[in-house]
Design a protein around this ligand. Structure first.
Ligand code: CA
Length: 529
């Protein structure tokens, strides 16, 4: 990979009307550096940080991505380092008088002929992996379930070579919570819909404690599980009427810890047999359900990796696939861009409803969206949430936004969806799993080893330096865009092809190879008791 340390000084602007740019060179640039345009640095500027292209008088708008990302708190001469301490953050855009469905792009040319090898499920969805997931109603059963899962993997999985993994859906919910609070629907439907993720083949089995608030029938009401066949009816620990396969640890039949473990293993075997009988088949790329998000962002996120993901998002939409972008606090400042791209006024109103709900949720906790940025974001050159948001929205590409999901809801539409979630990597990933993603794309600039046990996670590095140091964690290097050795389009196509390979099981992501699995973290805005 090229090292830009010795390359000629380079800055990157995102729009012709921008009056700041970011320094691209690895290691930053020293005071006195003169760019080819004649601009001279008045001070040292770290990589990814902003330089003033013109004199910025106190009070003037500092523009990046063609929007004001802040207002100068004092006079900033051309060539200065423009860091967060020099900027006043703009107020959040009001949620009224927004442009509604004003962008009417020409219909995109369909992208045809692309396929992958996936697992067809009884409910019509397509899995990219063949995993036995064990649902848990409550955290209390996590230790017992994990013990059983370790034995299943060691003693049983070798007999079922077509099954990729056995995963316990561990979480912190289920009891000690205000289960009847209106917002409790969010964690409950999240857990329900994760159990039905396409990578689990509609083989739902539940481990319950017995006395918990979130009873199995409340988690999975009758009719929520697509019937695989009659053997899906089991009655371990529950009334014979239940269609749900439940192992209840407090059941009188369990005498001793090992009898609980053996119940879980016995039930798991039935599901493993059915999962093992499945074959991959060729399906169109339109069966991909892709969740995109970013984490550990820097100023290059919005310059390299996110634009490449955005290009790929457009390819996926043209191929008829489903793509979700999320992270409410990171798109809130671009709400006018999003409502203008909505296909219908109803879609725009749904977005506004989700943003308003989130504004109120943050206000209840006496914060606003500015609580989002991290010390690492700022060290990486992102001054505030407005600048971070402009770089984050780019992941959504340019396709019309045709659908909106509330947190924990299941996706039922093709095309581009705004799935409302917090920006927290684990909570966003958990909610996109519930929506039914079968492939996850994650961009990072500071670097995070993020991964999920339930779906493959393709990680895209924003900088060549990160891709080089984390060569066995990053799947795609979008830093080549800043280096000038690849275009956004080239990296976008590389990602698209890699997605088809990973979805088909022909390639594994680094997170899969190392089994890097972050926890499921349910979004619970309701009270804990
Ligand atoms: Ca995130």
């Amino acid at each position: 990979m090229p090292d830009s340390t010795n390359a000629s000084p380079l800055y990157i602007t995102m729009h012709d009307s921008d009056n700041v740019a970011i320094v691209a060179n690895n290691g930053g640039l020293p005071a006195g550096t003169v760019f080819p345009c004649g601009l001279a640095l008045r001070e040292q500027v770290p990589q990814g940080h902003k330089v003033a292209l013109v004199d910025l008088p106190a009070g003037s708008a500092v523009r990046r991505y063609n929007v004001p990302i802040g207002y100068a708190l004092k006079d900033i001469p051309a060539g200065s380092w423009v860091h967060e301490r020099l900027l006043k953050m703009p107020d959040a855009r009001e949620l009224d008088n927004l442009p509604i469905s004003t962008v009417r792009p020409e219909p995109a040319v369909p992208l045809e002929g692309y396929t992958f090898e996936g697992f067809r499920n009884p409910d019509g969805s397509i899995g990219t992996r063949n995993i036995l997931a064990i649902t848990q109603t409550v955290q209390c059963v996590a230790g017992v379930t994990d013990f059983a899962v370790q034995r299943i993997k060691a003693e049983m999985l070798p007999r079922f070579p077509k099954v990729d993994d056995v995963v316990a859906l561990e979480h912190g919910y289920g009891c000690g919570v205000a289960i009847d609070a209106p917002d409790a629907i969010i964690p409950i439907r999240t857990l329900r819909n994760i159990s039905l993720n396409p990578n689990f083949g509609c083989e739902v089995m539940v481990v319950s404690l017995g006395c918990e608030k979130l009873q199995p029938e409340r988690l999975m009401p009758p009719g929520t599980i697509p019937l695989v066949d009659e053997r899906n009816v089991a009655d371990v620990g529950t009334s014979g009427e239940s269609k749900l396969d439940v192992v209840c640890l407090q059941d009188d039949a369990h005498v001793g810890f090992m009898s609980m473990v053996e119940s879980i293993m016995r039930q798991a075997e039935e599901h493993l047999e059915r999962l093992n009988a499945r074959q991959r088949e060729t399906v169109p790329a339109s069966e991909l359900v892709v969740g995109v998000q970013c984490g550990g962002s820097d100023a290059f996120s919005g310059v390299t990796a996110n634009p490449a993901v955005g290009f790929c998002t457009d390819l996926l939409v043209r191929a008829g696939a489903s793509v979700m972008f999320s992270e409410t606090t990171e798109v809130r400042d671009g709400i006018d861009q999003l409502t203008s791209r909505a296909t219908t006024p109803e879609v725009a109103q749904a977005m506004i409803r989700e943003m308003a709900w989130y504004d109120a949720y943050l206000k209840r906790g006496s914060v606003d969206r500015s609580a989002n940025t991290t010390p690492g974001n700022k060290k990486g050159g992102l001054s505030n949430i407005v600048e971070k948001a402009m770089g984050s929205i780019v992941k959504s590409g340019s396709a019309p936004i045709s659908n909106v999901l509330a947190p924990g809801e299941k996706l039922r539409h093709k095309g581009l969806t705004y799935a409302a979630t917090p920006a927290s990597d684990f909570i966003c990933g958990t909610l996109q799993l519930a929506a039914g993603m079968n492939l996850h794309v994650f961009t990072t600039g500071r670097g995070t080893p993020y991964g999920l046990a339930q779906v493959p996670v393709i990680k895209v590095a924003t900088r060549t330096d990160l891709a080089r140091r984390w060569h066995d964690l990053m799947d795609v290097n979008a830093g080549t865009i800043a280096d000038g050795t690849a275009t956004i389009e080239q990296v976008g196509w590389e990602l698209f092809q890699l997605m088809l390979d990973v979805a088909s099981g022909r390639k594994k992501t680094w997170a899969e190879q190392w089994k890097l699995h972050n926890a499921l973290v349910l979004f619970n805005p309701a009270p804990v008791t």
